[in-house]
Write a protein that binds this ligand. Structure first.
Ligand code: PGA
Length: 261
């Protein structure tokens, strides 16, 4: 993809880029910045509303939060919304992203309030009649909690944000999506075989995600380089969903050297 630093899109860049030595350093910097942001927020607001992604990239960040920053702030004042999950996968399934967040973040840090975007569990426990009702209510809860203060994103090597695959509308809301083959292949590392990877998922939409007041995007490894560079240096385009971050809130990219050079 050709990079034009002088295109109107590029001139509207409102982001910070931190290129760190390696995955560990990237995670340490992300933990420091995230905790600092949360502490500042909690001096001016009773609650901080965050959306956290699951996946391999933020694993070290979450582990550091639990090991080093558990006592650094009152995590009971944090409200967590899940960003995405596989469709028709129960929260009890260790492969689900809901399970991941509960296991790695919500219970260890004693997060005060959490909302899971796990449609399967909500439906099977008859909490809702239909998934559209569930998704609409989820969006309404975000608004009722005051909107998203902070998001921690990973990025797919195809540039997806949450499970908003290339071609997703910038106006999209929470919905069921079909995963791209490249995403299924990439995520197969968390499953016994590729055939076990769900082909559909549920995700917050780009419209909702781009309204966050502060965004951190983490990327590690050379398979993310093209997406990261395209997102920062290329045009804002639906074919690279993460490029929406350039025209949204203040974004800090924290990447390791392999994902940039
Ligand atoms: P990963 O996924 O952190 O497991 O690489 C990132 C993403 O798909 O957004």
């Amino acid at each position: 993809m050709p990079f034009d630093l002088f295109s109107p899109d590029c001139l509207s860049i409102k982001l910070n880029l931190r290129v760190e030595e390696n995955y560990l350093k990237m995670s340490q910097v992300a933990a420091e910045l995230l905790v600092c942001e949360l502490r500042n927020l909690l001096t001016i607001k009773p609650k901080a509303v965050v959306v956290l992604s699951a996946g391999g990239t933020p694993e070290m960040l979450y582990s550091l939060l639990v090991r080093k920053y558990k006592d650094s702030l009152d995590w009971r004042r944090v409200v967590l919304f899940q960003m995405d999950d596989y469709w028709e996968m129960s929260v009890q399934n260790p492969k689900s992203m809901a399970y991941y967040l509960l296991d790695k973040i919500v219970y260890p840090l004693n997060i005060g309030t959490h909302y899971l975007l796990n449609v399967f569990t909500a439906k099977s426990t008859k909490l809702v009649e239909s998934y559209t009702e569930f998704l609409d209510e989820f969006e309404e809860k975000i608004i009722a909690e005051g909107g998203i203060d902070i998001i921690v994103h990973g990025i797919g090597s195809n540039g997806h944000l949450g499970f908003n695959e290339p071609g997703s509308s910038f106006d999209s809301k929470a919905r069921i999506v079909t995963l791209e083959k490249s995403t299924i292949l990439e995520n197969s590392r968390f499953f016994n075989s590729i055939t076990e990877v769900p082909t559909q998922a549920v995700t917050l939409g780009l419209n909702t995600l781009s309204k966050a007041r502060k965004i951190f995007l983490l990327a590690s490894g050379k398979n993310k380089k093209s997406a990261v560079r395209g997102c920062i240096l290329g045009p804002v385009t639906k074919s690279l969903p993460a490029s929406i971050l350039r025209i949204s809130s203040s974004t800090t990219f924290i990447v390791d050297k392999e994902a940039w050079f």
